[in-house]
Design a protein around this ligand. Structure first.
Ligand code: HH2
Length: 285
């Protein structure tokens, strides 16, 4: 089983001192649990009536073995309308505070520098930006806070990304974007980077499949995260139209990611993922 490490310049729940900072270390593919505190996320929007319910769900994910719990306050589903920073903050801050108080390692799923800064002050330890750390102000927030970041590829914006995705060579374009973005982020002082090809973010089925087939190449540099949980490509491949009924397809895609060397998968059903991963690893995967 492959060993992975993610560095931080500040203490992180589950981490250990390492060099001048701290590190989370794990073997095999880890799971990042998803807690969306939004009214409109494509599979779990409006799922949590209160912050307390979202905190309980995140605590349960951590207890089940999630390495990180990803808290999001703005949907990035195709066609989603952006929400103002103050609204996003009012959704995520109580949940982050509650999870941090429970010693859970929290990532904040945002592209807004102000949201990232406040979330890191409230106890989040990692920034998950689906817009690829394109904003210099967001990179500066991560660097100043000593927090690592997930750098994800997206063509376009959530509002427009699925209208007409187009690539020459999708694998080449995405891997170049991730490599250059990671180099720039590290040069600007971000302590560590996870890369993510952004399944479903400005990609047709053929683009998602090409990227999934190329995961061993994408996993050969920085630690790789794959987020395919309940996404549209599962409907394209299986016919399942209800997002909440797509966990079996999510597991199939994420086991493929694990077999291809992914360091982490982002999942709604954490317990099912951990069981599947541990069983697959048990037979030598
Ligand atoms: N996908 C979503 C959100 N954040 N972050 C990373 N790094 N990779 C992903 O693939 C990814 C992500 C979209 O899924 P979800 O959070 O379930 O839905 P929504 O954006 O509608 O809240």
């Amino acid at each position: 089983m492959r060993a992975f490490e993610l560095r931080f310049r500040r203490p992180v729940p589950g981490g250990e001192p390492s060099g001048e900072g701290f590190a989370l270390r794990w073997q095999g593919t880890a799971v990042m649990g998803i807690v969306n505190v939004t009214p409109d996320s494509f599979s779990d929007g409006g799922h949590f009536a209160t912050a307390a319910a979202a905190i309980d769900a995140g605590l349960a994910m951590a207890a089940a073995g999630a390495l990180l719990v990803d808290v999001g306050g703005e949907s990035t589903r195709p066609g989603a309308t952006p929400v103002p920073a103050h609204e996003e903050l009012s959704r995520v801050l109580p949940v982050i505070e509650g999870l941090a108080a429970g010693e859970v390692a929290v990532s904040i799923d945002t592209s807004k520098p102000d949201v990232a800064r406040e979330a890191l002050s409230a106890g989040a330890c990692l920034v998950n930006d689906v817009r690829g750390l394109r904003d210099p102000a967001l990179r500066a927030v991560c660097a100043e806070a000593g927090a690592p970041a997930v750098l994800t590829h997206m063509q376009g914006t959530p509002e427009t990304m699925q209208r007409a995705p187009s690539y020459g060579d999708v694998v080449e374009e995405v891997s170049t974007f991730l490599r250059r973005g990671a180099e720039r982020a590290l040069k600007e002082g971000i302590v560590d980077i996870i890369v993510d090809p952004g399944i479903g973010f400005g990609k047709r089925l053929e683009h998602n499949l090409a990227l999934l087939r190329a995961l061993p190449r994408l996993a050969s540099g920085h630690p790789l995260l794959i987020g395919a949980s309940r996404k549209q490509l599962i409907e394209s491949l299986s016919g399942e139209t209800a997002p909440t009924a797509r966990d079996p397809g999510s597991l199939a895609l994420h086991l493929h990611a694990a077999a291809s060397g992914a360091a982490m998968v982002r999942a709604h059903d954490v317990a099912a993922h951990l069981q599947a991963l541990r069983v697959w690893e048990g037979i030598g995967g």
